[in-house]
Design a protein around this ligand. Structure first.
Ligand code: NAP
Ligand code: HSE
Length: 450
């Protein structure tokens, strides 16, 4: 055994300290910020806030050397004007810039700028779920070819660490399922409808005022934003490429106060869930509103909070909870990626973790998924109608767990059926029959139940 004496220990400690001091003075890594909107401003603030601590945390100093914006005339309080540029070429040509942080959003010009940056040997951090969900593999392959990092922690669930936990902390598991509330706007709307009896339009307006919703809220309320996040999560969890186009998506626009009331009556809450499962080697990836029992961990995720519930074969159940959007929460995730890159630069190991999709699993069609179903219908209120409905379900092999019938008005009744667990195609077949029936006036809503 090697016993180090005090003198030797002190000498080594001094060497280490001097080394760190030298590193602090010499190793300044320059970065460029593409975009100075909500997230970009947050990143700028965090870099300023963390400036003193970065050398101790990473052995490197960080300097934001350039900021790309669209409108050079806009007021940018707290930001030095000389950093601003509207020319990406200027950033690309600056060989001192080693990190590019893309927080512009959308597909183009973000894709071209990221591609060019990677090809020029620059490391890239992005919060852009639209881009990663559609072109992630192409971008990651380019990063790999050029031995640089392309990191995107902020692209799913904002400030919640989930990409790196899946890629690194849970790498020793076979991931069985990932299920999450990954859109703050819709969770806020459903919470307000449930707890305050607010109607959909009013709750959406509030979400927009609070800055949760995207500029065009269609992407939030129709489930597209969540669908992009599910594509990214599924690809990483199951090591197989899943794009937004592969994800089955339903939004929350059909949810009414009556569905919320029935959910309450049955001991459930309605949540918009992003779901990715490995079903015997087939991937199920979907977004839809679901009736969730009140005692499920995701049921208590309220307001604009997000949470992701991951089941691994070794770890069991884990849940990641926090702010899925907003200036500083999202910047927190971007900064974590920047720090990762600084550490990689320090040890010369950029490009350490690239694309992790080494499998090519097929997608499972939604018709083959299995759930319990909640069906709410407006029917004629006369003897034999319920028998017709149950008969049609029986013909498709759909067994009923619960039926509630409430007289609505005059000769119309509202019937709510909860089925037992069954493959979706059989419920759809029965619904097609119902649509042809003269005694069923309206199929008001259909929801999957956990
Ligand atoms: P934002 O507020 O709209 O900011 C976009 C920024 O990009 C603005 O500074 C804008 O310049 C600049 N920009 C837009 N088009 C440009 C162009 N063609 N050339 C140069 N600059 C351009 O967007 P954000 O909310 O920060 O979102 C940025 C990214 O983060 C998106 O991918 C989004 O999906 C993702 N994200 C956002 C959140 C969130 O909470 N907001 C959460 C997670 C992920 P001007 O300032 O001159 O207009
Ligand atoms: N509009 C998104 C949400 C935030 O409501 O969660 C950005 O991903």
């Amino acid at each position: 055994m090697c016993m180090m004496n005090e003198e030797e220990k002190n000498r080594r400690a001094a060497e280490k300290w001097e080394g760190a001091e030298a590193m602090k003075k010499e190793s300044v890594v320059k970065a460029a910020l593409l975009g100075l909107g909500t997230v970009g401003s947050g990143v700028y603030k965090l870099v300023e806030r963390q400036k003193e601590q970065l050398p101790a945390k990473t052995g490197m100093q960080l300097e934001i050397a350039k900021i790309l914006v669209h409108d050079m005339k806009k007021e940018r309080p707290g930001v030095r004007r000389e950093l601003l540029t509207d020319s990406f070429e200027e950033i690309l040509k600056d060989s001192d810039i080693q990190i590019v942080i893309e927080v512009v959003g959308g597909i183009e010009p973000a894709k071209r700028m990221i591609m060019d940056a990677l090809k020029a040997g620059k490391n890239v951090v992005t919060a852009n779920k639209d881009l990663i969900a559609a072109h992630g593999r192409e971008l990651l392959n380019t990063a790999e070819e050029h031995h640089v990092d392309l990191l995107f922690e902020a692209s799913v669930a904002g400030g919640i660490p989930i990409i790196n936990p899946l890629k690194e902390c849970l790498a020793g598991n076979e991931i069985l399922s990932v299920m999450g509330i990954v859109n703050g706007t819709t969770n806020y709307i459903l919470t307000k409808m449930t707890e305050e009896g607010m109607d959909f339009d009013e709750a959406l307006k509030r979400a927009q005022e609070l800055g949760y919703a995207e500029a065009d809220p269609t992407s939030d309320i129709e489930g597209h934003d969540a669908g992009r996040k599910v594509a990214i999560l599924a690809s990483i969890a199951f090591h197989s490429k899943v794009t937004f186009k592969d994800v089955y998506v339903e939004g929350i626009t059909r949810i009414t106060s009556r569905d919320i009331a029935y959910a309450e009556e049955f001991g459930n809450v309605i949540k918009l869930l992003g779901i990715a499962r490995n079903e015997g080697g087939e991937i199920e990836a979907a977004v839809y509103p679901m009736m969730l029992p009140k005692d499920h961990p995701l049921a208590s995720v309220r307001d604009s909070f997000n949470a992701v519930f991951v089941q691994g074969d070794a770890v069991g159940d884990t849940m990641f909870y926090g702010r899925g959007a907003g200036e500083l929460p999202t910047a927190s995730a971007v900064m974590a990626d920047v720090l990762r890159i600084l550490r990689n630069i320090r040890c010369g190991c950029n490009g350490r973790i690239g694309c992790t999709c080494y499998r090519n699993l097929p997608m499972k069609p939604i018709e083959e998924s299995q759930h319990k179903y909640y069906v709410r219908m407006l029917v004629e209120n006369r003897p034999g109608v319920l028998a017709q409905i149950t008969g049609t379900l029986a013909e498709q092999g759909v067994s009923i767990e619960k039926v509630v019938q409430k007289v609505f008005r005059d000769n119309k009744a509202e019937v709510v059926i909860i089925t037992e667990k069954i493959q979706e195609r059989y419920v759809k077949n029965a619904l097609d029959e119902f649509r042809r029936s003269p005694v069923i006036y309206d199929i008001s809503n259909i929801l999957r139940e956990y």
